[in-house]
Design a protein around this ligand. Structure first.
Ligand code: ADP
Ligand code: ADP
Ligand code: MG
Length: 742
């Protein structure tokens, strides 16, 4: 690329001020992470790369490419025409329709796009084609640099049995077990007996937790084996399995490794990813809590040995399972790509791993040698997902009506591929953003994590932010007392409790939240009136005059966090006083006097004086599915309400909590006991039931697939299937009635 190109000028212009700022920060305080020194940007051999991915990882790779003056090419599907990654790239190429199989997994379309745009290299990101040895091979054949390891290493590590055999040979500890070719049932049974129960059966081609079964005793073995083989055959087209000792209280600790084309391999320390749901990580941290530097050194060396054994190049992760009872660690698998959670390693080492990937792909030697790699402070990553926590963390889809992440700084990173107004679709991963924080030590980083989660505002679809906040506040997590059963173990503390008795169960803070929302809305609508537009919720002129005060009742329906419970109606009387003040009263709510206003017009921020206390809050209103929604963030709390159709209730009835608020109630209730309802939006991939057949409670009716996961929808009661009009391949939305069991 020429000197005069935009990207190059960008580096020159931006490098200096950042460098000074970095120096000032370091001089003023030691509480900043070892951030990347942008003054040291050296140009790289590769001039143009194509990023074969989407979302936050595509955006993240482009950021580093731009820093290095490397031109970027994005690829996109029909669903992503207006996506952030397309916008951020220098060029973008359309590669197919929305389903990943026809676009982001379409290797030949991607390679063609690279050839046409003259990209020298392809960065695969994670997921999609990142661990496809055929794709790596295809790139090589076409003379394109694949920014990852050689295809042989991908292939070897993609087979759990081959990987384990190679690792044992290289002296890397593996979980005691059997990973041979002979798959006869008798032999497998004998091996399980030898290993000793409990054992874990795993599909050799497995991934994402599929084809895995825990077996507790000899009598269960053959049945579990058959079902693991069936699942594996269906998912990976291969029924081979391996058997290993089931570690009962494990931690998941992984090591970031890096290799170059000159045979050098280093590790960049470990990450702890023990906190998982559905076998998937949600909070990761570096370094791992409660390990000694001697353990770090040993596990790091084992990872380097593992990488050397397969002739590794580029970024990789060696996953280990650590037995918390014995302290032993075992090789579990190797992920031959950059990992979602790589930023925590960047935060504690001060390195930019994507920059390392680009340099190594260009043929440079590793930027640092092992003894130059430092570890400083502590970092957490929380994955913010569009998901329904109370429904067992099922993925959700929808529109981001409001997206306001915390302010980024040298200690706070937000990686996201979406913004306000964007959709989280059923086609791809439901991750909205990654929040990455750094602190001088674990407790400082945890305080920051909690604080940033509190400030992370999203509305329009369900997210796991509330859950993550509770998790970050949990005493056992604060103590670093983590293992892979953490969420299961502390479920009662972590998950919102469904309400039993509606009215009594409304927390006082929710009533106050509703009062604050009512007051804030009143200040906005008074302003919008002045500006000649109609208020959002006050869509009536109705009110009545009492000594020159206006008084009106506002109805809210509270959406408790605990999911599928009925909305709880709340009624508030707001009286607009002569001095621009508001008095809010409600059932079981003492009169609150509120003054104050929006910080700026069109802003979501409000400064209110509540009973002589001054507070800040954020309020967002939006329409969705014919319903008005109100989201309020105040202190550590996030309240969510909907507004029923306006009822001009001028009576004095404030105990309106028993009023029926019509349609929305029904929407949120399970209609009849026999209704089979889609718990998430998705595509029907298998249909077991047909009209007229008899099913038992718990029988599989159909399988829904969305965002990389399959979910089996079961019969809620025993009976005959009726009214089923669903077909395989059909897309259904959340809460659709699929059929009835009579
Ligand atoms: P996948 O390819 O599906 O990610 P892994 O082999 O990485 O499969 O295992 C996924 C998860 O299953 C691990 O993170 C860990 O929680 C659990 N697990 C794997 N092996 C064992 C084992 N031997 N004992 C106990 N838990 C295990
Ligand atoms: P004026 O212009 O004389 O103050 P408005 O009818 O325009 O009277 O009301 C001023 C603002 O007061 C409205 O825009 C609205 O925000 C608020 N308001 C009106 N009626 C009510 C009510 N019943 N409860 C709370 N606030 C109200
Ligand atoms: Mg794994």
């Amino acid at each position: 690329m020429g000197r005069g190109s935009t990207a190059y000028r960008y580096v020159v212009l931006m490098a200096k001020p950042y460098w000074k700022w970095g120096q000032i920060c370091r001089a003023l305080s030691s509480s900043v992470p070892p951030i990347h020194k942008e003054d040291k940007v050296k140009r790289v051999g590769i001039k143009k790369i194509l990023i074969a991915n989407r979302g936050e990882i595509a955006c993240r790779v482009m950021r580093t490419a731009q820093k290095l003056g490397v031109q970027t090419v994005a690829v996109y599907s029909d669903a992503d025409r207006h996506a952030k990654h397309v916008h951020d790239a220098d060029e973008a190429v359309h590669i197919g329709p929305a389903p990943a199989s026809a676009s982001y997994l379409n290797a030949s379309a991607i390679v063609t796009a690279a050839l046409e745009t003259q990209a020298q290299a392809i960065h695969p990101g994670y997921g999609f084609l990142s661990e496809s040895s055929q794709f790596a091979e295809l790139c090589k054949q076409k003379g394109i640099i694949f920014m990852g390891p050689p295809s042989a290493a991908i292939q070897a590590m993609g087979d759990k049995s081959v990987a384990k055999t190679m690792m044992s040979a290289a002296g890397v500890p593996v979980v005691p077990g059997y990973h041979g070719e002979d798959q006869s049932v008798l032999l497998l049974q004998a091996e399980a007996n030898r290993i000793g129960y409990p054992v874990l059966i795993k599909a050799t081609q497995g991934g994402g937790g599929k084809g895995m079964r825990i077996v507790h005793s000899e009598s269960e073995f053959s049945e579990s084996l058959a079902s693991a083989q069936r699942e594996s055959q269906a998912a990976f087209g291969d029924s081979r399995v391996l058997i290993e000792k089931y570690v009962s209280q494990p931690r998941h600790i992984e090591v970031q490794i890096f290799g170059d084309k000159h045979g050098n391999v280093v590790h960049l320390n470990e990450r702890d990813c023990s906190v998982q749901r559905r076998h998937q990580k949600i909070i990761e941290e570096a370094p791992a809590p409660h390990i000694t530097s001697e353990f770090r050194q040993r596990i790091g060396q084992a990872a380097v040995n593992a990488a050397k054994a397969v002739g590794y190049e580029s970024a990789g992760t060696v996953e280990f399972i650590v037995d918390t009872l014995s302290g032993d660690f075992y090789f579990m698998e190797m992920n031959t790509r950059l990992q979602v959670e790589h930023p925590v390693t960047e935060m504690v080492t001060g390195q930019d791993l994507v920059e390392w990937q680009i340099r190594v792909a260009s043929g440079e030697v590793l930027p640092l040698q092992q003894d130059q790699i430092k570890l400083s402070g502590h970092s957490f990553e929380a994955r913010i997902y569009a998901e329904n926590v109370p429904k067992g963390f099922l993925p959700a889809a929808g529109l981001l009506h409001h997206y306001h992440p915390p302010a980024i700084s040298s200690t706070v990173r937000v990686e996201s591929g979406v913004g306000k107004g964007d959709a989280v679709s059923v086609f791809y991963d439901p991750m909205i953003a990654k929040l990455v924080v750094w602190g001088q030590d674990r407790s400082a980083a945890l305080i920051k994590l909690h604080d940033c989660l509190t400030k992370f505002q999203i509305s329009g679809l369900p997210t796991n932010i509330g859950f993550l906040k509770t998790l970050a506040n949990h005493h056992a997590f604060a103590a670093g007392d983590v293992d892979t059963h953490f969420i299961e173990r502390f479920k009662p503390d972590l998950l919102p409790v469904p309400l039993v008795k509606q009215d009594d169960a409304v927390p006082q803070e929710t009533r106050v939240g509703a009062a604050l929302a009512a007051a804030a809305i009143s200040t906005t609508s008074s302003r919008s009136k002045e500006m000649g537009s109609k208020g959002f919720i006050w869509n009536s002129e109705l009110g009545f005059r009492l000594n020159h005060e206006y008084s009106r009742i506002l109805h809210f329906d509270w959406k408790p966090e605990a999911g599928d419970v009925p909305l709880v109606p709340l009624a508030l009387r707001v009286t607009h006083g002569k001095l621009g003040d508001y008095t809010v009263e409600g059932h079981k709510l003492e009169k609150i006097c509120i003054t104050g206003k929006q910080v700026e017009s069109d802003s979501h921020e409000y400064r209110l004086h509540v009973n002589n206390k001054s507070i800040s809050l954020s309020l967002v209103q939006f329409h969705q599915g014919g319903v008005s929604h109100v989201d309020l963030w105040e202190g550590e709390r996030h309240h969510q309400f909907t507004v029923p159709m306006p009822q001009f209730d001028t009576s004095d009835e404030l105990s309106g909590e028993h009023r029926s608020s019509g349609g929305q109630h029904e929407r949120n209730q399970v209609q009849t006991p026999g209704a089979v309802i889609a718990p998430m939006a998705g595509r029907v991939v298998k249909l077991f039931a047909d009209n007229g057949i008899k099913v038992k409670k718990g029988d599989a009716i159909l399988v829904l697939e969305a965002m990389k996961m399959e979910h089996v929808v079961q019969a809620p009661v025993e009976g005959w299937v009726r009214g089923c009009k669903i077909e395989v391949g059909q897309q259904v939305s959340d809460n659709t009635i699929l059929c009835h069991i009579e």
